[in-house]
Design a protein around this ligand. Structure first.
Ligand code: SF4
Length: 427
């Protein structure tokens, strides 16, 4: 609690523990940063330029975790702007994940067959400098309107394939509990929605938000799943642990999404320590994300090979449930693509050759005379669109598949053939 002394205006313990106080007292200008980080006049001026492009907001709680004398402090690097944010990298895009492109109505992204992303606010308690949604988060002109949320919910109602709705933003937990409940209730009333997920960084940056009142409300709408966003072991404190315990005690399965960030957590030892802290707090490390190609965050990016190197150091070296899936969220709306070290070395019809984390090479003997045990009495697949309207490789490998190849649009060989046939036809 030593850090709280930084706040001369705290008169009572209850202020610090009050999430609304944390929100009201956020650090939002470069002048206010003095007491948290040693900054030169030049640094302050350049930070202000970055703030003009992407706003800064740091809760007193998160600011209290900064090591004032360390310019490479992982907490500092995630919350204090850097003039490098103004540099446009060669691969930078405004909407690298094509969330707006895959949006049937404002605030809703429908990319995967059975789930949608619903953005319920564009505000966060803290603006992460590596945010992938920089194009809209914190922008007063892009506030989520109630009419948009109603339209999005109508869309979900009209699409019975949607069984999983992810509420995100911004951070849904900056909304009042009443407002959030209104939205959750409307979604829960849709019969085909099985699961409601919430993506939130508040357990990390404003754990005071996880109140008994909030948790009591969430419990009414199970199954609710929550994904948090811890990036570094230093983000674990007594307060964040308490917030996670409240959520877990309410029967909410917790997952964590970490973004791989240069100079912050691009190290197998840091990620392993983080994973162990997460599972000790009943949070499953869910994804390790390759940093996206969003504008102004190239200085946080690592090569994809760094993630593979980290996975090599985790798989087999620690409990399976402590190992996240490393994914590249593919630019252009390709979605999350898992990337792994290669463990399958070769295969024949009788044997598969594998290697383990120690470098041991072994064979797996394939079963003799294997036939799929699909029986006429089992009906699980019968109504499934995956069988009758397959996607991707399923078009080739599902039992009803008629196609023998998938050819990308614009294939040069096919184009050439078509031109030749057209000429023949014209003659
Ligand atoms: S909490 Fe999430 S949405 Fe908000 S700024 Fe951080 S990364 Fe972006």
């Amino acid at each position: 609690m030593k850090q709280k002394l930084l706040f001369a205006n705290i008169t009572e313990e209850s202020n610090w523990s009050d999430w609304r106080w944390q929100l009201r007292n956020r650090i939002m200008s470069s002048d206010e940063l003095d007491q948290y980080a040693n900054l030169s006049v030049y640094e302050k001026a350049s930070i202000q330029k970055a703030i003009d492009v992407f706003p800064m907001a740091i809760t007193p709680y998160y600011a209290s975790l900064i090591n004032k004398d360390d310019s490479t402090c992982p907490i500092r690097m995630q919350c204090i702007p850097n003039p490098k944010e103004l540099i446009k990298g060669s691969g930078d895009m405004d909407d690298p994940l094509h969330e707006d492109g895959d949006s049937p109505c404002p605030g809703l992204t429908h990319r995967y067959p059975d789930r949608v992303l619903l953005l319920v606010t564009n505000e966060c308690s803290m603006y992460c400098r590596h945010c992938t949604r920089k194009r809209k988060v914190g922008d007063n002109e892009k506030v989520s309107k109630d009419s948009d949320i109603i339209k999005a919910i109508e869309y979900i109602k009209a699409h019975p394939d949607i069984r999983d709705v992810l509420l995100s933003g911004g951070d849904p937990f900056v909304l009042s509990t009443n407002r959030l409940e209104q939205i959750i209730r409307r979604v829960r009333e849709i019969p085909h929605v099985q699961v409601i997920r919430i993506g939130t960084r508040t357990p990390v940056v404003m754990p005071q938000r996880i109140t008994d009142h909030l948790v009591k409300m969430l419990k009414k709408y199970h199954p609710i799943w929550i994904n948090t966003h811890f990036n570094h072991p230093r983000e674990f404190t007594e307060e964040s642990a308490r917030a996670l315990a409240k959520l877990a005690d309410a029967g909410i399965p917790l997952g964590n999404q970490t973004v791989l960030l240069k100079g912050i957590n691009d190290c197998a030892f840091i990620i392993k320590k983080l994973a162990h802290l997460l599972v000790s707090n009943r949070v499953r490390p869910y994804y390790l994300y390759q940093c996206d190609l969003s504008r102004g965050i190239e200085h946080f990016r690592t090569p994809v090979s760094k993630g593979v190197e980290i996975m090599e150091a985790l798989i087999g070296h620690t409990s399976g449930f402590a190992v996240p899936t490393f994914v590249v969220d593919a630019p252009g709306g390709g979605g999350k693509i898992p990337v792994l070290p290669n463990y399958q070395l070769s295969s024949t019809s009788t044997k598969t050759v594998l290697r383990n984390y120690e470098g041991v090479i072994c064979i797996y003997e394939e079963p003799a005379n294997y036939n799929s045990s699909c029986s006429s009495t089992c009906n699980v697949c019968k109504g499934s669109s995956a069988l009758h309207d397959p996607i991707g490789l399923q078009k080739l490998i599902n039992p009803n598949a008629k196609m023998v190849s998938l050819i990308p649009e614009g294939n040069r060989r096919k184009k050439r053939l078509k031109i030749y046939k057209d000429i023949l036809h014209d003659n």
